[in-house]
Design a protein. Structure first.
Lengths: 333, 260
């Protein structure tokens, strides 16, 4: 009971705020809200590898693509069951997508995690691109055209009271975001998670203290890929369309920016930067009206990133966490 | 006499054309406090690196408790009960003192991922148990009031101590200390000597240490091995080493009159 209390409260709180926000506004804002969760999961999962385990991966988009394509392939082949049964169906499919992405993560991580720093970055970038280019050439997955008409989350009719697609999508997204957050958070408070940190801090010392660093790195990489796959599954349902062009290395870069901007190794930091990365470019869209059609959006966005990195090179939060409780957060989770 | 705890047989480490250690053999008995000394560049740290699996010896064999450990990975050797500290301090700098120590206990942790994710009894109980254990060892080393401090912020002497605490947390049978007193002043070195003697008794340890501080080495070591240019030139009790001509020559050079 204690294990699910905090996550449940958090989920309900977020659900109330987000659905209130979403229902008061239009579908454009609703999609941004949903994407906030996709990006958060992407950022949190990459943070496990880049921030906590200190292994610089640039191939996150590849695993997001795997998750998205698995979901897309399954849900376009097997019809979504009607009514309430739709929720477990979607959760099961996304779970499968995550598992398959995790398996990919294992096989990508096994050879590449022997490398360090720049070399690892290049190899993971390469693997990410291999996945994308392979999808581009697989006619089963629609080749360059991708897969379209992926089902959204359905409306659920509760005897006259209809829960809208937006709210069911939101429930789905929050469900995974909360799981992602608490899995990573609690892992880091355990001995297994501390091993990840020790690998980041000093691999030689970690080995001498009896830690199988290769195993730790692969574990972190697999968990990270799993949640990347989940993010991909959410992405597929929210956009209803996936194509290889959606998963270029620019998506990996976005994820890396989230991690670096928020502070390597801070969960709350990554969540904050996921918010900035998702919302800032959208807010800046309206700028066009003032500048007479000149699109300064990406310039300001880039400038903002540069400024933050100059003023806060350790990221917005460094490796610190913000918490409602002042101390001993571990006991409250 | 029973079989030695650590049995090093003809280990050689070759880096390209350089023989850093040349067919070195020595034995450390269970419960002994032994020292490995030698001038700078003699290959002492290379020996430690071979014993703990950082380097794989080019040839020769290391046996620990009569089991061959050379060729194993460092973490495997550590799980046999042979651990070490580092000459150039290698703490987990960004983590707290307590976290540094807890990490070293990982190989003994029984709870699984699932226990940690569910925050169940098994997890809570064992976490408390290992935290208590860590605090206890930290207390012996006088670091109790620093457990939440970032380890990089500790003064130098305490960082060295923390390295020893961390090594002890792996529950070793034998600990290799690489210059534990480096950079310490006289009184710090003295208290460290006492501490090493104390933990050896309390944890039933066998100790092998590298040290340049001759007072420390001669004061506490029962058996000393002298290394010069990768070759063992002498071994024995401190008195024997002190009066050994070979050792004096290695440290001070050969007398000009005698060399001709």
């Amino acid at each position: 009971m204690r294990a699910i209390k905090t996550p449940l409260i958090a989920a309900l709180g977020i659900l109330i705020v987000a659905s209130a926000l979403g229902l008061l506004t239009n579908s454009y804002i609703q999609l941004i809200i949903l994407f906030l969760f996709v990006n958060s999961i992407m950022g949190m999962s990459l943070n496990l590898v880049n921030g906590y385990t200190g292994q610089f991966s640039l191939g996150h988009a590849g695993f997001v693509a795997v998750g998205a394509y698995v979901t897309a392939a399954i849900t376009t082949k097997f019809p979504v069951p009607a009514g309430l049964m739709a929720l477990p169906y979607f959760i099961l499919v996304s779970l499968g997508a995550g598992v398959i992405a995790g398996i990919f993560g294992y096989f990508v991580g096994l050879p590449s995690l022997r490398l360090k720093g720049d070399y690892l970055a290049i190899v993971t970038l390469g693997f990410g691109e291999i996945i994308r280019v392979s999808l581009n050439n697989m006619s089963y997955f629609g080749g360059a055209l991708g897969i379209s008409s992926i089902p959204s989350m359905p409306e659920i009719d509760l005897g006259g009271y209809v829960i809208s697609t937006f709210v069911t999508s939101l429930i789905f997204a929050i469900f995974w975001a909360i799981i992602c957050f608490f899995v990573i958070w609690r892992l880091l408070k355990s001995s297994h998670g501390r091993c990840f940190l020790s690998v980041r801090e000093d691999e030689i010392a970690a080995e001498a203290m009896g830690i199988n660093t290769t195993k730790s790195k692969i574990q972190a990489f697999v968990v990270s890929s799993f949640f990347a796959g989940i993010a991909g599954a959410l992405y597929a349902h929210f956009t209803n369309y996936v194509s290889p062009a959606s998963f270029t290395f620019l998506m990996s870069i976005d994820a890396v920016i989230m991690v670096v901007l928020g502070g390597m190794g801070s969960m709350t930091g990554v969540l904050t930067s996921a918010f900035i990365i998702t919302v800032l470019p959208e807010i800046l869209r309206s700028l066009k009206d003032f500048t007479g059609g000149v699109d300064l959006r990406m310039i300001i966005y880039s400038l903002a990133l540069i400024l933050i990195m100059i003023l806060r090179p350790q990221g917005l939060f460094g490796s610190k966490e913000i918490s409602i409780r002042r101390k001993n957060v571990s006991s409250s989770t | 006499m029973s079989a030695p705890l650590l049995d090093v047989r003809n280990i050689t480490m070759q880096f390209g054309g350089l023989k850093a250690v040349d067919s070195l053999s020595f034995q450390v008995q269970k419960g002994q406090l032994a020292g490995l000394i030698g001038p700078n560049g003699a290959g002492k740290t290379t020996v430690f690196n071979m014993l703990t699996g950082v380097y794989k010896p080019t040839s020769g064999e290391v046996a620990f408790e009569s089991k061959k450990v050379s060729g194993l990975k460092p973490y495997e050797i550590s799980s046999h009960g042979l651990t070490r500290t580092f000459q150039n301090i290698r703490l987990f700098k960004d983590l707290t003192v307590l976290e540094n120590v807890l990490i070293a206990n990982h190989q003994h942790v029984k709870y699984t991922w699932t226990d940690a994710l569910l925050l169940n009894q098994t997890f809570e109980k064992e976490e408390k148990q290992i935290t208590d254990k860590a605090k206890e060892i930290l207390h012996i080393f006088g670091l109790s009031n620093k457990i939440d401090e970032r380890s990089a912020n500790l003064p130098y002497g305490e960082q060295r101590k923390l390295e020893i605490v961390r090594a002890l947390m792996t529950e070793p049978k034998m600990i290799l200390l690489d210059e534990p007193a480096a950079g310490m002043n006289h009184s710090e070195t003295h208290s460290l000597m006492e501490l090493i003697a104390k933990i050896r008794k309390e944890f039933n340890l066998t100790v092998l240490l590298i040290e340049h501080d001759m007072k420390l080495v001669m004061g506490i070591c029962e058996q000393i091995f002298v290394l010069d240019h990768g070759v063992k030139i002498e071994e024995g009790a401190p008195e024997k080493i002190k009066s050994s001509k070979k050792v004096i020559e290695a440290y001070l050079g050969v007398d000009a009159d005698e060399s001709h």
